[in-house]
Write a protein that binds this ligand. Structure first.
Ligand SMILES: NC(=O)c1ccc[n+]([C@@H]2O[C@H](COP(=O)([O-])OP(=O)(O)OC[C@H]3O[C@@H](n4cnc5c(N)ncnc54)[C@H](OP(=O)(O)O)[C@@H]3O)[C@@H](O)[C@H]2O)c1
Length: 261
């Protein structure tokens, strides 16, 4: 797939680390110029910038202004061919539903769902001008495998997958393809950082973070977390011509974590 995206401009949200960084690196390796949005830059993104493969946009994408600034930067590069809505976060709710406030719900829905709506709304006119494009949502297995202790996150990812399907129907005949990737546990800071999910579940359960990780993957078929690079490879495939007739799909990458079809 080397250079199959040459001349393309790709917008990636949440691009400074984890899955979004791996996607930015893979899109750049395939020849695209990446317009990379996050609140903070990172050494890895700076390296892509230094190589001329990326433009970093400092933006809080949970605001109304952030998505506009991100897509405006892409417009300055000539437009948008590829959009990856990846920015997201999860906060465990160990006290259950009755502890989850309106503010908590709004925070989860705004970052995990509404930011994607806003970025997409800004990007689609640019894709239409260019005769089409590809949009990839980074969802989660929790869209269809909801968990009580991440109730707001699960609902926000379900909304994201639902939105992607609607978009695929509206814009398919105008050349815009829209697909969702639903990862199971991926080896990023979200899970593995000092304040990540494993550490938070560890503090709540008394198990060590490593024991939490082991128990999470124990029931999966491959017995390990997905790597960010594996999610990135799938994203590059969906963004490219090899996937020209794939739209409205929701593709799981979870090492068999979800036990049902
Ligand atoms: N890791 C997993 O197991 C897993 C599984 C399924 C789905 N996912 C999904 O994959 C996506 C990426 O997750 P990850 O594991 O790569 O997380 P991560 O390592 O925590 O990275 C999150 C990225 O999003 C950015 N971000 C967070 N809040 C933002 C905001 N308000 N405005 C702009 N950027 C923001 C962060 O940059 P800044 O902090 O600099 O803003 C960072 O670049 C998320 O949507 C997540 O739900 C992850």
């Amino acid at each position: 797939m080397e250079n199959n995206l040459a001349t393309k401009v790709a917008v990636v949200s949440g691009a400074s680390k984890g899955i979004g960084l791996a996607i930015s690196q893979a899109l750049a390796a395939a020849g695209a110029h990446v317009v990379a949005g996050a609140r903070h830059n990172s050494p890895e993104l700076q390296a892509l910038e230094a190589a001329g493969s990326a433009t970093f946009v400092a933006a809080d994408l949970s605001t109304t202004e952030g998505p506009r600034a991100l897509v405006a930067a892409a417009a300055q590069r000539g437009g948008v061919d590829i959009l990856v809505n990846n920015a997201g976060a999860v906060t465990p709710r160990f006290e259950g539903l009755l502890s989850v406030s309106d503010e908590d719900w709004m925070e989860a829905l705004t970052l995990n769902f509404l930011s994607a709506v806003r970025i997409t709304r800004e990007a689609v006119p640019h894709m239409l001008v260019r005769g089409g494009g590809a949009i990839v949502m980074i969802g989660s297995v929790n869209a269809t495998l909801p968990e009580w202790n991440i109730v707001d996150y699960s609902a926000s990812k379900a909304a994201l997958a639902n939105f992607a399907k609607s978009l695929s129907k509206e814009f398919g005949h105008k050349g815009i393809r829209v697909n969702t990737i639903s990862p199971g546990p991926v080896a990023t800071d979200l899970w593995l950082a000092e304040d990540g999910i494993a550490a938070q579940f560890s503090a709540a359960s008394g198990a060590t973070p490593d024991q939490v990780v082991d128990s999470v993957v124990a029931g999966s078929a491959t017995g390990r977390f997905t790597t960010p690079a594996e999610v990135a490879d799938l994203t590059v495939f969906l963004a490219g011509e090899q996937a020209a007739n794939i739209t409205g799909a929701d593709i799981r990458i979870d090492g068999g974590y979800v036990p049902t079809l």
